[in-house]
Design a protein around this ligand. Structure first.
Ligand code: ADP
Ligand code: MG
Length: 583
């Protein structure tokens, strides 16, 4: 290529180059316009799109407006009302601050900016085509600001070629609108596409807004978070594993109400979900981090989607601990939270009891249940006002199909997946025990022996020390026979031979060096699974109640370590509805 002399680029070209970064598709232009409206204090924002925003992208707000003699300036590059000094730049409190967006959008579209400044008698507008501005004219606008960008990229064919289908561009615009809507529930938003109303969101409180944007399912299986320490606050809602997703499409994280993607924060969030979410599933959440603006640099990315924290480590720790704490709150709190969410308790205990019994398959358990329920303190009838004494997961009624425990609490029926719940309890116990050192060992009076292949024998011999650290003592008593002499006390009820075989298999597959470090959770999972009560084992009511009490006391008991739920509540109201009572 022949190189010509160096020269300064004309303004329009500079703006078009900037547009390539800042407004690379209609959705990015929409994001900038929404930010401007929010910065202007708008309480109402309506968006109109045609053809996915490529034919028309219009944002109308009721914010503070722009003065007549500043309209042209608003379209100029590096013209902003939001910061004026380096100090300001170091503590940006607005969404915009670069003064680039309107100039960039104007450079690649036919744009009309109309506004009526609060307190002014008239509205004015300025039009620009590909950055060439026309004189200011009167406009018809009762308040606020309206920005219309027609034919985006009409003068930059290369950019136009990168646009996807109308539906795809629309979807990106909707994503942008959702992010804005979640960040500001106090603002009403509406969206029209090709003259059809797509959404309308009235100003509401945060939980209603989250429900409106993410759906009832998310709201019903998420917990509310509000934690703060040392100038940092994290609030919002985090989905429980029952609502996990195959993709990261429901992850909203904001820093001072700005939607951001941050590797460090993403890592902290993943870690907090680590124990309760299957690794191929993604959590859903809407979380707001509040931090002193001077402790975060927002000027690191052209579209402002990345930020840099001054004390990244502190932010990571805080986010991780705040979320982890909320997610591992005992069942008690989750249950209390649900109580608040649902309709007040209606007293139809007796009806619930009779109906529940119909589902119990084992006659012996059935009678046991009846008597148990008639004798205080397990009878809900006698509890009366002392309802708070009923534990969150209630008292066991019986076993269903040998798989589920049915229990009754003050809200109705509780159904527990016996194996999954026990597995979760064992997992946490093992984890705590290992954290504290070597678990207590229980010597077997009669060692359990099993036939082992050469590899197992070799693994057991080579890793005797590691096995002891885990609480196992294995001895090779023949060329292919291993004797189990001791197991961790807390696993003494498991089949010792099967358990040992599984541990040897893990050590072989994961590698001895990693079994207690980065892959420890897998080993814990194996141990928990093998020691958890098997499906189809008959449990007495006492055992069932003991399991319920352990669930309440165990962190994260609501989910087994594969992320499956361990229990469900069916309220009396729900049963009444099923039986059409009171209709
Ligand atoms: P920035 O938002 O970074 O300041 P923009 O190019 O997006 O830069 O906007 C330039 C200026 O125009 C803003 O600083 C603001 O003063 C004004 N402005 C833009 N949009 C609006 C709006 N919707 N309402 C009021 N003022 C606006
Ligand atoms: Mg802006």
């Amino acid at each position: 290529m022949h190189m010509s002399a160096i020269r300064v680029l004309p303004d329009l070209l500079i703006n078009q180059i900037a547009a390539g970064e800042v407004v690379d598709r209609p959705a990015s232009a929409l994001k900038e316009l929404l930010e401007n409206s929010l910065d202007a204090g708008a309480g109402e924002i309506s968006v109109q799109l045609e053809r996915g925003g490529t034919k028309l992208l219009k944002v109308l707000d009721n914010g503070s407006g722009i003065a007549k003699d500043e309209l042209a300036l608003a379209l100029a590059r590096h013209a902003t009302s939001k910061i004026s000094t380096v100090d300001d730049l170091e503590r940006v409190a607005s969404l915009g601050f670069r003064g680039e967006a309107l100039a960039s959008i104007a450079a690649v579209s036919k744009l009309t900016l109309a506004s009526r400044k609060t307190g002014e008698r008239n509205a004015w507008k300025i039009e620009s085509s590909g950055g060439v501005m026309r004189p200011i004219e009167p406009a018809a606008l009762s308040h606020g600001t309206s920005v219309e960008a027609h034919e985006l990229y009409f003068n930059t064919p290369a950019r136009r070629k990168f646009l996807k289908s109308e539906a795809t561009e629309l979807a990106h615009c909707e994503d942008v609108l959702k992010r804005a809507a979640l960040s500001r529930p106090d603002v009403s938003f509406s969206l029209q596409h090709n003259r059809h109303v797509q959404w309308r969101l009235a100003a509401q409180d945060l939980s209603d807004r989250i429900r409106a944007v993410l759906g009832d399912d998310f709201a019903a299986s998420s917990i509310t978070i509000d934690e703060h320490t040392g100038g940092l606050r994290l609030r919002g809602m985090a989905g429980l594993p029952a609502y996990s997703r195959g993709a990261r499409d429901a992850q909203y994280f904001y820093v001072n109400r700005r939607f951001v993607r941050d590797k460090l924060v993403a890592h902290a969030l993943r870690e907090a979900y680590h124990d309760i979410l299957h690794h191929e599933r993604h959590a859903a959440f809407v979380l707001f981090l509040e931090i002193d603006p001077s402790a975060v640099d927002v000027n690191v990315h052209p579209t402002k989607i990345e930020v840099r924290f001054r004390d990244a480590h502190a932010v990571h720790q805080f986010v991780y601990h705040a979320l982890n704490k909320a997610l591992s709150a005992p069942v008690l709190e989750h249950s209390a939270a649900r109580l608040v969410q649902f309709n007040p308790f209606a007293a139809h205990h007796r009806a619930a009891q009779t109906e529940i019994h119909l589902g119990v398959s084992q006659p012996a358990a059935f009678y046991e249940t009846l008597t148990a329920n008639l004798s205080p303190p397990q009878s809900l009838e006698t509890v009366g006002d002392a309802r708070q004494e009923i534990p969150p997961l209630g008292f066991a009624l019986g076993q269903l199909q040998g798989i589920y425990i049915l229990a009754q609490n003050d809200r109705g029926l509780v159904i527990v997946d016996m194996h999954a719940a026990h597995e979760r309890i064992m997992y946490e116990k093992m984890k705590n025990a290992l954290d504290a050192g070597t678990p207590a060992m229980q010597a077997l009076l009669i060692p359990a022996t099993f036939n082992a292949d050469k590899q197992d024998v070799a693994t057991a011999e080579e890793n005797a020390a590691l096995l002891r650290e885990l609480g196992f003592e294995l001895a090779c008593v023949g060329p292919n026979v291993i004797a189990v002499r001791a197991v961790p006390t807390m696993l003494k009820d498991a089949d010792a031979a099967e358990l040992s075989r599984a541990v040897l298999k893990d050590i072989r597959e994961i590698g001895a060096s990693r079994v207690l470090t980065e892959r420890r959770d897998e080993l814990l999972g194996t141990l928990a699974c093998h020691s958890a009560v098997r499906a189809h084992r008959a449990l007495g009511l006492g055992e069932m109640n003991a399991l319920l009490r352990e669930m309440e006391a165990t962190e994260r008991a609501g989910h087994c370590n594969h992320g499956r739920p361990t229990w469900f509540q069916i309220t009396v109201e729900e049963l009444d509805r099923m039986f059409m009572r009171g209709k």
